[in-house]
Design a binder for this molecule. Structure first.
Ligand SMILES: Cc1cc2nc3c(=O)[nH]c(=O)nc-3n(C[C@H](O)[C@H](O)[C@H](O)COP(=O)(O)OP(=O)(O)OC[C@H]3O[C@@H](n4cnc5c(N)ncnc54)[C@H](O)[C@@H]3O)c2cc1C
Length: 432
């Protein structure tokens, strides 16, 4: 399937190209470690075009790879003898004040969604810190933001989605309507179908935000602060960053929310005021222009193991990396997005610059981090560099949901048309 480079897909409402000049931009992802084998790029311009595209691919034995902005780190969005389905033309956003929801086509970026929602003084409950990712790409991995301490993952804040499966069927599903399809769509890594649309609940936002950045002298004080945050305090956003020379905790307070005394009395403290419209995009970086190699390690660990995970990462941290730690409220997490039981933290080692010159050391570091994560009963966030995952790691990742993860693929994509450089075969993982 899909190895014929003479393949041609052209349907109403879909831009199509197999010209090498048009393919090159789709043959790598942000991580910069994998090269795809893309036989063509199809860019559907309507939900109907997505259905027709899948039907045509099924009829002609052509493999497809969904792609948003290509920010994956392990070939998740890279074609493998397949046609890349570039979803970025499907980017309409509809705000419904009456139901306090926003319905977004899957190729819309969070930046566009934020702009629309702010026109009515509202926002989705959780946003990624970096907004130039698509709705479809983020819901396909999970979505962590500084609101996750309050509201959980992005995938835990979805009312419904429209998905075109590998059977060529379109389903609108929710926790109550076709819940198994809904579950397979969230955190699905594009392996069961193409997300076309998602409806997300919104909340009112205050006019201003105060971000208080507290700096610690030691890693242990920093860790104690993030692990012992009091949920009854009025912060709305939490994020902690540990760099080679700094250890900061950022707590954000909306409007006139009271800043706890321990924070306002803290010696080493900086307060930054934001308007509602500036706050979501406070970390704007033009990552799209960056080129190089950016292997990222991200995982979820239970509170009691967070210190061990941070210690392992920081004792070995390669130059150019920082550690990011975010508490995650686990209620409502869909079953196939795996996070440990209890109080959970997302811990990441993020490359702040290309690490091409020290790549071998960095990949060994991530392999060690991967081991530590699974030894501590943690799970990986499936967006960064996963090259170190063995079959037994994948089984540990999915735990008692392993059979369901395999079953979802078999039920929703029985012909194995959805593939990627990460999952190059018609099934899931070699040997599974
Ligand atoms: C600089 C940077 C900052 C980041 N910041 C955050 C952050 O703050 N919070 C966070 O949670 N994550 C963050 N991430 C990780 C990011 O959320 C994931 O990499 C996400 O998948 C990227 O979205 P994308 O649109 O680029 O998707 P892509 O990389 O294009 O695709 C990712 C996966 O989703 C699938 N996919 C894409 N679109 C669809 C669709 N419509 N239907 C079905 N499957 C689809 C692809 O096949 C692939 O498996 C960041 C990554 C980078 C590189």
């Amino acid at each position: 399937m899909g190895t014929d480079s003479r393949v041609e897909l052209s349907t109403v409402d879909t831009d199509w190209s197999c010209h090498p000049d048009d393919l090159s931009g789709f043959e790598t992802d942000y991580g910069g470690l994998y090269s795809g084998r893309v036989v063509g790029v199809a860019k559907p311009r309507s939900p109907g075009a997505v259905r027709r595209l899948v039907a045509q691919a099924l009829a002609n034995g052509i493999a497809l790879t969904p792609r948003g902005m290509g920010h994956s780190g392990s070939g998740q969005s890279l074609g493998w003898n397949s046609v890349t389905v570039d979803m970025t033309s499907l980017d309409a956003v509809f705000v419904d004040v009456a139901t306090a929801t926003v319905t977004c086509q899957a190729g819309a970026t969070w930046r566009k969604v934020v702009e629309h929602c702010l026109t009515v003084g509202m926002l989705p409950k959780v946003l990624p810190t970096y907004l130039d990712l698509t709705i479809g790409g983020t819901l396909s991995v999970g979505g962590v933001g500084s609101e996750s301490a309050r509201h959980g993952l992005l995938v835990s804040n979805v009312d419904s989605v429209a998905l075109v499966t590998g059977n060529g069927e379109q389903f609108v599903c929710s926790p109550n309507v076709r819940p198994k399809v809904f579950a397979a769509a969230l955190g699905g890594l594009g392996r069961c179908g193409l997300l076309v649309e998602a409806t997300l609940p919104m909340i009112h936002v205050p006019d201003t935000f105060s971000l208080v950045r507290v700096s610690f002298d030691s890693r242990s004080d920093w860790l104690a602060a993030i692990l012992n945050l009091d949920p009854t305090e009025s912060w709305s956003h939490v994020e902690a960053i540990l760099g080679p020379d700094s250890a900061t905790l950022e707590l954000t307070f909306g409007g006139s929310a009271a800043i706890p005394q321990w924070v306002s009395r803290f010696q080493s403290r900086e307060v930054v005021k934001y308007s509602a419209s500036d706050f979501p995009s406070r970390y704007y970086v033009d990552f799209a222009r960056e080129q190089g190699q950016f292997p990222v390690f991200e995982c979820f660990v239970a509170r009691q193991h967070c210190g061990s995970m941070v210690e392992m990462l920081s004792s070995d941290l390669p130059a150019g990396y920082v550690i990011r730690c975010v508490p995650v409220h686990r209620d409502g997490t869909p079953p196939l997005v795996r996070i440990p039981d209890g109080e959970v933290y997302c811990v990441a080692a993020i490359a702040t610059k290309s690490v091409a010159e020290q790549l071998r050391d960095v990949l060994e570091f991530i392999t060690r981090a991967n081991r530590t994560c699974f030894e501590l009963g943690g799970t990986r966030y499936l967006s960064g560099w996963l090259g170190s995952m063995t079959l037994s790691d994948w089984r540990a990742q999915f735990g008692d949901a392993w059979a369901e993860w395999i079953r979802a693929k078999e039920a929703l994509d029985p012909n194995g048309i959805f593939r990627s450089a990460l999952f190059p075969g018609p099934g899931l993982i070699a040997g599974s």
